[in-house]
Design a protein around this ligand. Sequence first.
Ligand code: PEP
Length: 254
Amino acid sequence: MTKKIIIGNWKMNPVSRREAREIVSGIKKTVASLRKTTVVLCPPVIYLENLIGKKPGKTLFGAQDVYWEEKGAHTGNISPIMLKETGALYVILGHSERRASGEVGEIINRKIKAAMKAGLKVVLCVGEKDRDAHGHYLKVLEAQLKEALIKIPPRLVDQLIIAYEPVWAIGKDATGVETPEGFMHNAIFIRKVLSKIINKKQAMTVPILYGGSADAKNAESFLVAGGADGLLVGRASLSAKDFGEILKIAESLK
Ligand code: PEP
Protein backbone atom coordinates (compact mmCIF):
# COMPACT_ATOMS: atom_id res chain seq x y z
CA MET A 1 0.00 0.00 0.00
CA THR A 2 1.29 3.48 -0.87
CA LYS A 3 1.74 6.12 1.81
CA LYS A 4 -1.49 7.87 2.79
CA ILE A 5 -1.36 11.65 2.81
CA ILE A 6 -3.19 13.37 5.65
CA ILE A 7 -3.43 17.15 5.34
CA GLY A 8 -4.81 19.53 7.96
CA ASN A 9 -6.39 22.77 6.73
CA TRP A 10 -6.56 25.09 9.73
CA LYS A 11 -8.25 27.90 7.78
CA MET A 12 -8.17 31.16 9.81
CA ASN A 13 -7.50 29.37 13.12
CA PRO A 14 -6.30 29.46 15.88
CA VAL A 15 -6.11 33.11 16.92
CA SER A 16 -2.79 32.92 18.75
CA ARG A 17 0.66 31.67 17.85
CA ARG A 18 0.91 30.09 21.28
CA GLU A 19 -2.14 27.93 20.60
CA ALA A 20 -0.81 27.05 17.13
CA ARG A 21 2.45 25.88 18.68
CA GLU A 22 0.62 23.78 21.25
CA ILE A 23 -1.44 22.00 18.59
CA VAL A 24 1.66 21.34 16.46
CA SER A 25 3.65 20.01 19.37
CA GLY A 26 0.79 17.61 20.22
CA ILE A 27 0.56 16.44 16.61
CA LYS A 28 4.34 15.97 16.40
CA LYS A 29 4.20 13.50 19.29
CA THR A 30 1.99 11.25 17.17
CA VAL A 31 3.94 11.87 13.97
CA ALA A 32 7.17 10.73 15.68
CA SER A 33 5.92 7.14 15.64
CA LEU A 34 4.63 7.14 12.04
CA ARG A 35 6.51 5.42 9.23
CA LYS A 36 4.01 5.15 6.39
CA THR A 37 1.94 8.32 6.58
CA THR A 38 2.72 11.72 5.08
CA VAL A 39 1.47 14.50 7.38
CA VAL A 40 1.04 18.08 6.18
CA LEU A 41 -0.27 20.99 8.25
CA CYS A 42 -1.58 24.14 6.58
CA PRO A 43 -1.88 26.84 9.25
CA PRO A 44 -2.38 30.56 8.56
CA VAL A 45 0.71 31.67 6.67
CA ILE A 46 1.70 34.12 9.43
CA TYR A 47 2.54 31.17 11.72
CA LEU A 48 4.48 29.12 9.18
CA GLU A 49 8.04 30.18 9.84
CA ASN A 50 7.66 29.88 13.58
CA LEU A 51 6.01 26.46 13.39
CA ILE A 52 8.44 25.03 10.86
CA GLY A 53 11.47 26.14 12.85
CA LYS A 54 15.07 25.75 11.72
CA LYS A 55 15.19 22.03 11.00
CA PRO A 56 12.47 20.51 8.83
CA GLY A 57 11.04 17.46 10.57
CA LYS A 58 8.62 14.68 9.70
CA THR A 59 5.63 16.99 9.98
CA LEU A 60 5.46 18.93 6.72
CA PHE A 61 3.85 22.31 6.22
CA GLY A 62 1.90 24.16 3.58
CA ALA A 63 -0.19 27.26 2.96
CA GLN A 64 -3.86 27.72 2.11
CA ASP A 65 -3.29 29.97 -0.89
CA VAL A 66 -0.56 31.73 -2.84
CA TYR A 67 -0.38 34.41 -5.55
CA TRP A 68 0.91 33.74 -9.05
CA GLU A 69 3.40 36.58 -9.51
CA GLU A 70 6.95 36.38 -8.16
CA LYS A 71 7.04 39.93 -6.78
CA GLY A 72 5.79 43.45 -7.39
CA ALA A 73 2.83 45.74 -6.76
CA HIS A 74 0.39 43.14 -5.44
CA THR A 75 -0.71 44.46 -2.06
CA GLY A 76 -1.52 41.79 0.46
CA ASN A 77 -0.31 38.86 -1.62
CA ILE A 78 2.46 36.35 -1.06
CA SER A 79 4.45 34.79 -3.90
CA PRO A 80 5.33 31.10 -4.26
CA ILE A 81 9.02 31.92 -3.81
CA MET A 82 8.30 33.76 -0.54
CA LEU A 83 6.28 30.80 0.62
CA LYS A 84 9.11 28.40 -0.16
CA GLU A 85 11.42 30.63 1.92
CA THR A 86 9.37 29.81 5.02
CA GLY A 87 10.09 26.11 4.54
CA ALA A 88 6.56 25.34 3.32
CA LEU A 89 6.41 22.55 0.74
CA TYR A 90 2.70 22.43 -0.08
CA VAL A 91 -0.10 24.81 -0.98
CA ILE A 92 -3.85 24.27 -1.06
CA LEU A 93 -5.43 25.93 -4.11
CA GLY A 94 -9.01 26.25 -5.31
CA HIS A 95 -10.57 25.61 -1.91
CA SER A 96 -14.36 26.07 -2.03
CA GLU A 97 -14.16 28.91 0.50
CA ARG A 98 -11.89 30.83 -1.87
CA ARG A 99 -14.04 29.94 -4.87
CA ALA A 100 -17.02 31.29 -2.90
CA SER A 101 -15.24 34.63 -2.55
CA GLY A 102 -14.84 34.91 -6.31
CA GLU A 103 -11.79 32.85 -7.24
CA VAL A 104 -12.35 31.45 -10.72
CA GLY A 105 -10.70 28.66 -12.71
CA GLU A 106 -8.38 30.94 -14.65
CA ILE A 107 -6.92 32.40 -11.45
CA ILE A 108 -6.57 28.94 -9.89
CA ASN A 109 -4.73 27.80 -13.03
CA ARG A 110 -2.27 30.70 -12.82
CA LYS A 111 -1.65 29.98 -9.15
CA ILE A 112 -1.10 26.27 -9.78
CA LYS A 113 1.42 26.90 -12.53
CA ALA A 114 3.35 29.46 -10.47
CA ALA A 115 3.33 27.29 -7.34
CA MET A 116 4.54 24.22 -9.24
CA LYS A 117 7.24 26.23 -11.00
CA ALA A 118 8.52 27.28 -7.57
CA GLY A 119 8.66 23.62 -6.55
CA LEU A 120 5.62 23.52 -4.28
CA LYS A 121 3.27 20.55 -4.18
CA VAL A 122 -0.25 21.67 -5.06
CA VAL A 123 -3.37 20.34 -3.38
CA LEU A 124 -6.09 21.26 -5.87
CA CYS A 125 -9.57 21.21 -4.31
CA VAL A 126 -12.54 20.37 -6.49
CA GLY A 127 -16.10 19.66 -5.50
CA GLU A 128 -19.70 20.41 -6.36
CA LYS A 129 -21.98 22.70 -4.35
CA ASP A 130 -24.96 20.43 -4.88
CA ARG A 131 -25.27 16.73 -5.67
CA ASP A 132 -28.06 15.86 -8.10
CA ALA A 133 -29.34 12.35 -8.74
CA HIS A 134 -28.81 12.64 -12.53
CA GLY A 135 -25.06 13.14 -12.26
CA HIS A 136 -25.07 16.69 -13.67
CA TYR A 137 -22.69 17.63 -10.86
CA LEU A 138 -19.99 15.61 -12.65
CA LYS A 139 -19.93 18.34 -15.31
CA VAL A 140 -18.99 20.79 -12.54
CA LEU A 141 -16.10 18.57 -11.46
CA GLU A 142 -14.94 18.14 -15.03
CA ALA A 143 -14.99 21.89 -15.69
CA GLN A 144 -13.14 22.65 -12.45
CA LEU A 145 -10.40 20.17 -13.34
CA LYS A 146 -10.07 21.30 -16.95
CA GLU A 147 -9.93 25.00 -16.08
CA ALA A 148 -7.46 24.53 -13.24
CA LEU A 149 -5.10 22.28 -15.17
CA ILE A 150 -4.85 24.00 -18.57
CA LYS A 151 -1.26 23.79 -19.85
CA ILE A 152 0.27 22.25 -16.76
CA PRO A 153 3.74 21.11 -17.85
CA PRO A 154 3.80 17.28 -17.81
CA ARG A 155 7.14 17.29 -15.96
CA LEU A 156 5.44 19.02 -12.99
CA VAL A 157 2.45 16.69 -12.70
CA ASP A 158 4.12 14.69 -9.94
CA GLN A 159 3.64 17.81 -7.77
CA LEU A 160 -0.14 17.54 -8.11
CA ILE A 161 -2.57 16.19 -5.50
CA ILE A 162 -6.34 16.40 -5.93
CA ALA A 163 -8.68 16.81 -2.96
CA TYR A 164 -12.26 15.91 -3.79
CA GLU A 165 -14.38 17.93 -1.39
CA PRO A 166 -18.14 18.00 -1.98
CA VAL A 167 -19.00 21.48 -0.70
CA TRP A 168 -22.25 20.32 0.91
CA ALA A 169 -20.27 17.93 3.14
CA ILE A 170 -17.76 20.52 4.41
CA GLY A 171 -17.78 22.30 7.76
CA LYS A 172 -20.21 22.65 10.62
CA ASP A 173 -23.00 23.73 8.23
CA ALA A 174 -22.70 20.57 6.11
CA THR A 175 -26.08 19.50 4.77
CA GLY A 176 -25.11 15.89 4.11
CA VAL A 177 -22.54 13.16 4.53
CA GLU A 178 -20.50 11.72 1.67
CA THR A 179 -20.23 7.92 1.61
CA PRO A 180 -17.06 5.94 0.83
CA GLU A 181 -18.86 4.55 -2.25
CA GLY A 182 -19.77 8.08 -3.35
CA PHE A 183 -16.15 9.13 -2.94
CA MET A 184 -14.89 6.13 -4.91
CA HIS A 185 -17.30 6.74 -7.77
CA ASN A 186 -16.25 10.39 -8.01
CA ALA A 187 -12.55 9.61 -7.65
CA ILE A 188 -12.80 7.21 -10.61
CA PHE A 189 -14.51 9.96 -12.59
CA ILE A 190 -11.80 12.46 -11.60
CA ARG A 191 -9.09 10.06 -12.77
CA LYS A 192 -10.90 9.63 -16.09
CA VAL A 193 -11.01 13.40 -16.58
CA LEU A 194 -7.35 13.68 -15.55
CA SER A 195 -6.39 11.10 -18.14
CA LYS A 196 -7.86 13.39 -20.82
CA ILE A 197 -5.92 16.41 -19.52
CA ILE A 198 -2.57 14.86 -18.67
CA ASN A 199 -1.23 11.57 -19.95
CA LYS A 200 -3.00 8.38 -18.85
CA LYS A 201 -0.05 6.92 -17.00
CA GLN A 202 0.47 10.10 -14.99
CA ALA A 203 -3.26 10.35 -14.28
CA MET A 204 -3.11 6.97 -12.52
CA THR A 205 -0.46 8.22 -10.10
CA VAL A 206 -2.03 11.52 -8.96
CA PRO A 207 -3.17 11.06 -5.35
CA ILE A 208 -6.88 11.76 -4.83
CA LEU A 209 -7.82 12.68 -1.26
CA TYR A 210 -11.23 12.97 0.35
CA GLY A 211 -12.26 16.10 2.26
CA GLY A 212 -15.52 17.04 3.99
CA SER A 213 -16.10 16.44 7.70
CA ALA A 214 -13.40 13.76 7.82
CA ASP A 215 -12.76 12.60 11.37
CA ALA A 216 -11.57 9.62 13.37
CA LYS A 217 -14.99 7.94 13.01
CA ASN A 218 -15.10 7.94 9.21
CA ALA A 219 -11.38 8.07 8.28
CA GLU A 220 -10.96 4.32 7.89
CA SER A 221 -14.04 3.96 5.69
CA PHE A 222 -12.84 6.62 3.24
CA LEU A 223 -9.28 5.27 3.22
CA VAL A 224 -10.21 1.59 2.90
CA ALA A 225 -13.70 1.15 1.41
CA GLY A 226 -13.47 4.45 -0.47
CA GLY A 227 -9.89 3.83 -1.61
CA ALA A 228 -8.88 7.44 -0.86
CA ASP A 229 -5.15 8.16 -1.09
CA GLY A 230 -5.53 10.38 1.94
CA LEU A 231 -7.69 13.00 3.62
CA LEU A 232 -7.96 16.77 3.70
CA VAL A 233 -9.15 17.50 7.21
CA GLY A 234 -10.60 20.82 8.39
CA ARG A 235 -12.05 21.07 11.89
CA ALA A 236 -10.56 17.84 13.23
CA SER A 237 -7.04 19.02 12.38
CA LEU A 238 -7.24 21.75 15.01
CA SER A 239 -7.20 19.20 17.82
CA ALA A 240 -3.95 17.31 18.35
CA LYS A 241 -5.97 14.46 19.84
CA ASP A 242 -8.54 14.17 17.03
CA PHE A 243 -6.00 14.65 14.26
CA GLY A 244 -3.62 12.25 15.99
CA GLU A 245 -6.34 9.57 15.97
CA ILE A 246 -6.83 10.04 12.23
CA LEU A 247 -3.07 9.73 11.70
CA LYS A 248 -2.91 6.50 13.73
CA ILE A 249 -5.77 5.06 11.66
CA ALA A 250 -4.00 5.92 8.39
CA GLU A 251 -0.76 4.42 9.72
CA SER A 252 -2.42 1.19 10.85
CA LEU A 253 -3.75 0.26 7.39
CA LYS A 254 -2.14 -2.74 5.77
C1 PEP B 1 -12.27 21.78 4.39
O1 PEP B 1 -12.81 22.88 4.46
O2 PEP B 1 -11.32 21.59 3.59
C2 PEP B 1 -12.74 20.70 5.24
C3 PEP B 1 -12.54 19.49 4.83
O3 PEP B 1 -13.37 21.06 6.40
P1 PEP B 1 -14.07 20.07 7.46
O4 PEP B 1 -13.19 18.87 7.65
O5 PEP B 1 -14.21 20.90 8.70
O6 PEP B 1 -15.40 19.71 6.86
